[in-house]
Design a protein around this ligand. Structure first.
Ligand SMILES: [Zn+2]
Length: 269
């Protein structure tokens, strides 16, 4: 079945990134590999606030855009704050690296052809969305707080305002922390129950005798997308855990915060 196809690993001049089988627009999920940053940020750090040299971050962006096959340009991204705001953006929302943020939002959607949308993660789940017929795309930062605040519902609503149809939206749930490594307190499964309702089978389990839970955030996001009207064959899910694969991906938990950021990028088609 379509949704069971794996993500593909792509390589361009040593830069390694993943692509999803369900997304027909130009896109990528970056890894740690192929950039110029050094030390604990070696080597593809795309975060501006991780202690990296400005010139290294700029060069890493230049390399990623070259790998994607698009000209150097400012991208569209915002300050992520683990809430559920999703903004509709256009060309005027492009932001120069290391310039102030105009606003906070954890998701952006657009129908401006050629506009690259980006979100950042290092264990949280990056979700890329597009409706190829309507020419609408989105990049959504889905940590647990944003997920349970229904940021994906906000994203689909904003995309619908731009002419997308949920039944035609393609989704990719990207590399992020998996159930094997994602231990939480009871507040996370309780909030997931409120979001998803009855259909919580397999989304979390209690670690006996600890009061802790192991949580499947990717499957929570996938299930929410289906509740929102997406077809399961239009959703692909990365099978890579950023914490288990911390040599390949930035993992906030594994590095105790001493880490770079990876990016999920989609270019509106
Ligand atoms: Zn893991």
């Amino acid at each position: 079945m379509e949704f069971s196809k794996p993500f593909a690993e792509m390589s361009y001049k040593g830069l390694v990134y993943m692509t999803a089988p369900t997304i027909p627009f130009k896109h990528c999920f970056t890894t740690r590999w192929g950039g110029v940053s050094e030390g604990y940020l070696e080597s593809l750090n795309l975060g501006e606030n991780r202690g990296d040299k400005d010139e290294n971050v700029r060069e890493n962006y230049r390399l990623v855009l070259e790998a994607l096959g698009i000209p150097p340009q400012n991208l569209c991204f915002t300050k992520q704050v683990h809430k559920n705001e999703v903004r509709i953006v256009t060309d005027t929302d492009r932001r120069e690296l290391f310039s102030p943020f105009a606003y906070e939002a954890d998701g952006i959607v657009s129908s401006t052809k050629g506009l690259p949308l980006i979100c950042f993660t290092a264990d949280c789940i990056p979700v890329l969305l597009c409706d190829p017929d309507a020419g609408v795309a989105g990049a959504i930062h889905c940590g647990w707080r944003s997920t349970v605040a229904d940021i994906l519902g906000q994203a689909v609503a904003r995309m619908t305002e731009l002419g997308a149809n949920a039944g035609n939206i393609r989704a990719a749930v990207g590399p992020g922390i998996d159930m094997c490594c994602y231990e939480t307190g009871p507040e996370v499964p309780e909030a997931i129950k409120k979001l998803i309702g009855h259909d919580c089978d397999g989304l979390f389990f209690e670690v006996p005798g600890t009061g802790k839970y192991m949580v499947d955030l990717k499957e929570t996001d996938r299930r929410r997308l289906i509740q929102l009207g997406l077809k399961s064959e239009n959703i692909s899910v990365s099978d890579e855990c950023t914490s288990c694969n911390c040599d390949k991906y930035w993992s906030h938990r594994r590095t105790k915060g001493e880490r770079g950021s990876q990016a999920a990028i989609i270019v509106v088609g």
